[in-house]
Design a protein around this ligand. Structure first.
Ligand code: PLP
Length: 376
């Protein structure tokens, strides 16, 4: 934040707004901290932040691999050295073919995908397959496993058994399995998942009639996982009980990306409607959908930091509104202990590195897209 304010002080014209600013060094710190906390590989979930420059500039340390869900995401990581994982239940033949040609490992969601992959494998070698297990399998192997919100991803155990048989029959390179229990799910069920994984691995290998080499235990780390009281040392001790011949991985989107990103928008006008002050900005919901919190029943809006073009002292509560004509384009608010921004000032929102850009759909009203800056 301080660095952004310094850049604005040096020459405010050098920052075009609305924009995202991403810190590569923060991403590296988050990645290193997560690897140390888990003691396993950490795979980056590209859906959280698919900015090409950021991915390119981080490729040298994000070296455990990346997970992509579309051909466009795949193209962003295709040149790198790290292993690529393609994971989407709706991945069609075209995407699967590209994945095979691009030497990605494929996370197989269902038997129909496996059939398509078998067809492709007759002509092209596969880099490796990983079966995606639906979380219901965890309860089956560990009845004490906490309840996981049901989802449509992956296979139940009966289907997994059929998939293993098909992989054997077609001599496909089955590496292991993948679990994902949902965002924010990690702490509640991490240890119970490892307990289940122990037995799943044994049964998987018995059916496959050979050892597997890879297990992705999923993720679900919150933005603030580094401040949590979760006992990572005890978790690592649990993990150490899994067979040594298996490479373990976790994956993360927001846990790596959230705090690396800032969203900056310039104040164009201010106005008052009766007692309510409005600060009208050059960016809003059309560039940062999540800030408007329209998906939450209770819209708990964030308060941005202020960079002032000229110092002023008047304090007032206000709402920050964006540049679209939507009533919902309210991206922040402040209480009356804050200075009331003036035209030309820049509002800076932190924690905008994960999904804020990638979850923003195509620009409403043909408004300009946000610029992106990589800092450091
Ligand atoms: C399979 C899979 N992996 C990883 C993620 C990333 O989740 P998060 O950003 O909460 O870490 C998602 C999010 O939807 C996902 O579907």
């Amino acid at each position: 934040m301080q660095q952004i304010k310094t850049m604005l002080n040096d020459n405010s014209a050098q920052i075009n707004t609305p924009c995202y600013l991403y810190s590569v060094s923060r991403l590296q710190q988050n990645f290193t901290a997560m690897k140390a906390a888990l003691g396993t590989q950490v795979i980056v979930s590209v859906k959280a932040n698919s900015n090409t420059d950021l991915l390119l500039r981080s490729a040298h340390f994000l070296n455990d691999g990346s997970e992509v869900a579309s051909i466009a995401e795949f193209q962003k990581v295709v040149g790198g050295q790290a292993t690529r994982y393609v994971n989407n239940p709706s991945a069609d033949k075209k995407f699967l073919r590209s994945a095979v040609s691009g030497k990605a490992r494929i996370i197989v969601d269902n038997l129909a995908q496996l059939d398509i992959i078998s067809e492709i494998a007759a002509k092209k070698p596969l880099a490796g397959l990983v079966l995606r297990l639906n979380p219901v399998v965890l309860k089956q192997f560990n009845c004490a496993h906490p309840k996981i919100r049901p989802d449509q991803f992956g296979m139940d155990w009966d289907t997994v058994c059929i998939a293993i048989e098909r992989c054997k029959a077609n001599n496909l390179p089955l590496l292991g399995f993948h679990l994902f229990k949902g965002s924010y799910s990690f702490e509640k069920s991490a240890v119970a998942t490892v307990t289940a994984a122990k037995d799943i691995i044994a049964e998987f290998e018995r059916r496959l009639e050979k050892p597997i080499s890879f297990v992705n235990l999923g993720g679900g780390f919150g933005e603030n996982w580094q401040q949590s009281k979760f006992d990572f040392a005890a978790y690592r001790a649990e993990l150490s009980q899994l067979p040594e011949h298996i490479t373990l991985a976790h994956e993360s989107g927001r846990g790596l990306m959230a705090n690396i990103g800032f969203f900056a928008t310039r104040v164009r006008y201010t106005k008052q409607i009766e007692d309510q002050h409005y600060v009208i900005c050059d960016g809003g919901i059309a560039q940062n959908f999540l800030l408007a919190k329209t998906e939450n029943t209770l819209r708990k809006l964030n308060t941005p930091a202020l960079w002032q073009k000229e110092p002023t002292q008047t304090k007032a509560a206000c709402q920050f509104v964006g540049s679209s004509c939507s009533k919902d384009d309210v991206i922040g608010k402040q209480s009356d202990e804050h200075i009331l921004p003036q035209p030309g000032d820049v509002m800076i929102f932190d924690n905008c590195g994960a999904y804020n850009a990638s979850y923003t759909v195509s620009p409403f009203l043909q408004l300009p897209a946000a610029t992106t800056y990589i800092i450091e």
